[in-house]
Design a protein around this ligand. Structure first.
Ligand code: ATP
Ligand code: MG
Length: 645
């Protein structure tokens, strides 16, 4: 890669680093003669068309962000199967490196860094971009201590399956929110959680949750309470403890609801480090929504008060006065009123259009002042012009998503200009927004929803989650039925499944405990006690038995204990022995073992047992590849493959 020139412009100079998704190189932009950082997508992701599409889209979205604390993205490109992002080259080190070097950072320094990260996130969230991979590796500290956050939104391109398949990506698991660990829906609140972890790490010098494996860490995010930061570093004041733990709340509803609230509390902590100002309960979203209509009502009242004299409520006071002018001779109004109206008209004309315009329109018979027609219907406009002796001509009808169907978008001449009565006033009328058909979302993964809606010219609305028989993450309802015609740009709300509330306990016997743990997280089950035993049958780290019998109906959050093999004990028990875990709570059951070798089936064991005999050990023999089928009360319970040496 070194020496290669991408896009006929970026000359790769040296490798700077690499993470789960990409490798990062320092490069020189030949066009602008400056250093840039080029992030090249790892080749294993290139095959995944969906991934590349998302990667491209997300990085382009991130490129639209412009903020002093966000690494600028200059270019996104593709060349001979190389997918790359060109960004601002940052001279400095990552926050991770800094913490590794110095341990816990000073309180003021860390607070300052936290505020800078928060402003970056605040800007992104305001632009509807969620970072999704906030961690100290993605935060660069420049030599002047200014902060630059990288990799905005790009993590979204990684589906949960990639996270489990690639060892590196899972490195982020230390910063994952519980909802991310579960592979569920993530939003701004997940960034808030991860920021909490980063603050924890900065101030204590360590991570709140650590474990042997990524899965163990993920489980801790879901189940464990973190040690209070000040219990690790006594210099941490109360307010920072409170801020960090509020960010890290497992329940999204108890976390801060916006980055600006965090910034304000962080600033306050400089002033009152030991103050008790961090609100425990979340400021309710509902109440902010209530405020808006109240404000609107006030405005409406205000307007109607001012325009009380004008008959149609949509007519503004100034228009009303202008239309009074030609009415004057015919109506049976008393002279006083007319004079007042004329004076009012003149004053307005002076204010709006200038003396000459007003006077000319008043005295000339052949000309009239054109009123404001925008936002009126064709009929209303015709009526209004009629009264002035003017004519209307509809020159165009166009689709427009902002002006409702049937209303005037543009007029020529413009309002308050004089116009000869023989010249029609030309208008363009809206046909409303372009209509599109709502696509079906039900059954799709939530990760695809935005792409599907975008394809149809629609927007993603609100998302809710509920338990259902569909797997986690699958759309189960949409606010507008598929096939309905709606305006382009309409927001479609949808509900995704969190998985079923009750389901049948899977059989984990014979599976690797790490895979099992991952599956438990996805199913919202809880890993209970794990005890290790040597086994003559099962490989190391393979489940020998589980305390809930497969096929039993269980609730989400059920706790399951496992016995796991600590390794194959080959020293004794020759010939090999089948160790058969028996279902629980049975006084009597018929156990049959059939051996299948070279397509010949043979019953090698038959006996009656109770659950207390579990695991039942049956010595077996054979040659080459042999399959054993274990039947309990005539039903196939397990199949074991064995290669005899
Ligand atoms: P992930 O893939 O989850 O983001 P990561 O953040 O460790 O993991 P990369 O984003 O690929 O991996 O970055 C790798 C390293 O490259 C970083 O740790 C950093 O040292 C360096 N780096 C990244 N972006 C820049 C940049 N804009 N300027 C200078 N160095 C950078
Ligand atoms: Mg990164």
């Amino acid at each position: 890669m070194i020496g290669k020139v991408l896009g006929n412009r970026y000359e790769i100079i040296e490798k700077i680093g690499g993470g789960g998704m990409a490798l990062v190189y320092k490069a020189k932009c030949r066009l602008l003669n400056r250093f840039v950082a080029v992030k090249i997508l790892r080749s294993e992701f290139i095959e995944d068309e969906e991934f590349v599409k998302k990667f491209k889209r997300e990085s382009q979205a991130a490129a639209s962000l412009s903020h002093p604390n966000i690494v600028g993205i200059y270019d996104v490109g593709m060349e001979d199967d190389i997918y790359y992002i060109v960004m601002e080259y940052i001279k400095g080190q990552t926050l991770k490196e800094l913490i590794k070097q110095k341990g816990a950072l000073g309180v003021d320094f860390a607070t300052n860094i936290a505020i800078q990260i928060s402003s970056a996130l605040e800007h992104a969230h305001r632009n509807h971009i969620v970072h999704r991979d906030i961690k100290s590796h993605n935060i660069m500290i420049k030599e002047d201590n200014s902060v630059k956050v990288t990799d905005f939104g790009i993590a979204r391109a990684v589906s949960s399956s990639t996270i489990t398949n690639t060892g590196n990506v899972i490195g982020s698991v230390h910063y994952f929110s519980p909802e991310q660990a579960r592979g569920g829906y993530t939003d701004e609140k997940s960034d808030i959680y991860s920021l909490g972890i980063v603050m924890y790490e900065m101030l204590t010098g360590r991570l709140p949750f650590e474990g042997e494996s990524p899965i163990a860490v993920a489980l801790k995010h879901l189940q464990d309470e973190a040690i209070k930061p000040s219990a690790i570093n006594p210099r941490i004041p109360k307010s920072l403890d409170d801020i960090i733990l509020k960010c890290m709340d497992k329940d999204v509803n108890n976390r801060y609801s916006s980055m600006s609230e965090i910034i304000s509390d962080l600033r306050q902590s400089f002033v009152m480090p030991n103050g008790d100002f961090v609100k425990k309960t979340r400021f309710n979203d509902e109440s902010t929504r209530v405020i808006k209509p109240i404000k609107l009502d006030e405005n409406i009242e205000d307007i109607s008060f001012r325009s009380k004299a004008a008959a149609p409520p949509e007519t503004r006071t100034d228009d009303a006065a202008v239309t009074e002018l030609p009415e004057k001779p015919s109506k049976k109004r008393n002279t006083k009123m007319t004079v007042l109206a004329v004076l009012g008209g003149l004053i307005l004309a002076l204010a709006v259009g200038g003396i000459v315009l007003g006077l000319v329109s008043f005295f000339s018979v052949k000309e009239a002042v054109v009123p404001e027609l925008v936002n009126l219907t064709e009929e209303q406009a015709r009526h209004k012009l009629d009264e002035l002796g003017l004519e209307l001509e509809v020159t165009d009808r166009v689709t427009n998503s902002e002006v409702p169907e049937g209303l005037i978008i543009m007029q020529d001449p413009k309002p308050n200009q004089k116009n000869k009565v023989t010249n029609p006033v030309k208008v363009t009328i809206s046909e409303g927004a372009l209509k599109v058909k709502v696509p079906n979302l039900i059954g799709e993964s939530y990760e695809k929803v935005d792409l599907i809606l975008e394809k149809y010219g629609l927007e993603e609305g609100e998302l809710e989650q509920e338990t259902s028989d569909y797997p986690n993450g699958i759309v189960i309802r949409q606010s507008v039925e598929a096939g309905t015609e709606v305006d382009e740009g309409t927001k479609i709300d949808y509900v995704i499944s969190m998985g079923p509330q009750r389901f049948l306990m899977p059989n984990y016997v014979g599976q690797n405990i790490d895979d099992v743990s991952m599956d438990l997280i996805a199913k919202d089950l809880i890993r209970g006690e794990v005890t290790y035993e040597s086994s003559s049958v099962y490989e190391k780290n393979t489940v020998i038995s589980q305390n809930i019998t497969p096929g039993t109906e269980v609730n989400r959050k059920s706790v399951i204990d496992f016995v796991v093999s600590s390794g194959k004990d080959t020293s004794k028990k020759v010939p090999p022995v089948l160790s058969i875990p028996l279902p629980k709570d049975r006084d009597s059951m018929r156990v049959t073992v059939q051996k299948i070798q070279n397509s010949v089936i043979e019953t090698v064991y038959e006996g009656t047992h109770s659950s207390a005999d579990s695991p039942l050990e049956v010595p077996v023999s054979g040659q080459g590849k042999v399959t054993f089928e274990i039947y309990i009360d005539g039903v196939l319970n397990e199949t074991v493959e064995h290669e005899f040496k």
